[in-house]
Design a protein around this ligand. Structure first.
Ligand code: ATP
Ligand code: LTN
Length: 332
């Protein structure tokens, strides 16, 4: 059984960046990789590495589960579960911490970035975050891990930890490979294209499109996105980051290449381009919202999560016992 596994943190309402970089991509992969099983989870233990309001967190977990399904993941081929409901993740996280070096964790750019943003609020769990992420992946012997560009470094660490364990204790883990999203791996903030669109940013932000925003708000945010004064639709990340970001969004949804988009808008200004993009994005997200509304309060959502929890627990518990045995701890 070959497994594709990924997770998203329930730290807010997912953004268009999460959708294009992660959710939509999972669906595409599920349709292409027909002989793989998909394990997708809600990384709520990762979410609490930064302070969360319990009420909001509970709602965000359910929203995310519903959004995964609303994006078109096939429940027949999916194990969808909540990380904290499978206790082997914490157990394995501890094993991975015992295997990781301080220096390795200190080099992680996600940790360094969060440290700069909020130097007094950095928790120990934020520091050991990548060890828990490695645990999530290695517990299931996932072969492929589809993630956005920002998670590349964490995946490399996971591979190092898998190899380290295999070398010390004998072949135990599948060494996972990253599956980078081709188009849409790093959607930028619409108001500040130097930073990535992030769901934990200010929820009033005009630069961030949330999947549950009303469609008219989404259109407005696209139309007021920052561009440049040249007014030519041309892909050039360095000199024209704003329009290049919008073209990435356009391409990820329509599958048109950058040169096809450039040709289509030759001689037209940004107004036409943004107007079309606003409609394209609103139509795509509108479909997701429609399905989301059918699922969010349904019993079926809980049934899917219960089944997911059971299947994940079965595999992960067996694996952690095997690992404890190899380490010589407990009586396994
Ligand atoms: P946070 O703001 O809490 O750090 P986030 O919005 O960056 O969260 P994650 O939960 O860390 O999102 O990421 C979920 C998935 O979405 C990952 O695979 C990640 O690579 C992808 N992703 C996140 N932001 C973007 C983005 N701006 N563009 C493309 N993919 C993204
Ligand atoms: N760190 C990831 C979320 C995450 C994840 C994982 C992704 C936690 N565990 C395991 C893939 C596999 C993030 O911030 N996007």
């Amino acid at each position: 059984m070959n497994i594709v596994l990924s997770g998203v943190k329930p730290t807010g309402i997912p953004t268009l960046g999460n959708y294009l970089g992660a959710l939509k991509n999972f669906v595409k992969l599920q349709n292409e990789m027909t002989d793989y099983e998909f394990f997708i989870f809600i990384a709520d233990l990762h979410a609490i590495t930064i302070p969360q309001d319990p009420k909001e967190l509970r709602a965000n977990i359910r929203n995310l589960a519903a959004l995964y399904l609303a994006c078109g993941l096939n429940k027949e081929r999916l194990t969808l579960f909540i990380q904290s409901e499978v206790s082997a993740h914490i157990e394995m996280g501890n094993v991975m911490q015992s295997l990781s070096y301080m220096g390795e964790l200190e080099r992680m750019t996600q940790f360094k970035d969060k440290m700069i943003k909020n130097p007094n609020g950095v928790t120990a769990a934020l520091f050991t975050y990548p060890a828990l992420m490695a645990a999530d992946i290695l517990l299931y012997d996932a072969k492929f891990v589809p993630v956005g560009d920002d998670q590349k470094q964490h995946l490399e660490l996971t591979r190092d930890l898998a190899n380290r364990f295999n070398n010390r204790f004998g072949d135990t883990f599948q060494v996972p490979e990253i599956l980078l999203t081709k188009v849409g791996a790093r959607i930028k903030d619409l108001q500040d294209p130097s930073k990535k669109m992030s769901k934990s940013d200010d929820s009033q932000s005009k630069g961030c499109i949330y999947l549950l925003d009303p469609l008219n708000v989404i259109k407005k945010k696209i139309k007021s996105a920052v561009t440049d004064s040249e007014a030519i639709v041309r892909y050039d990340v360095e000199n024209k980051p704003g329009i290049s970001n919008l073209m990435t969004i356009y391409s990820a949804i329509t599958n048109l290449s950058f040169s096809e988009i450039e040709k289509k808008y030759e001689g037209k200004g940004y107004g036409d381009f943004k107007g079309d993009l606003a409609e394209i994005v609103a139509e795509e997200i509108g479909k997701v919202q429609e399905k989301y509304n059918q699922i969010i309060n349904s019993k079926e959502l809980d049934e899917i999560l219960n089944q997911g929890r059971e299947r994940a627990t079965q595999i992960a518990t067996r694996k952690i016992h095997k690992i404890y045995h190899k380490l010589g701890i407990g009586r396994f």
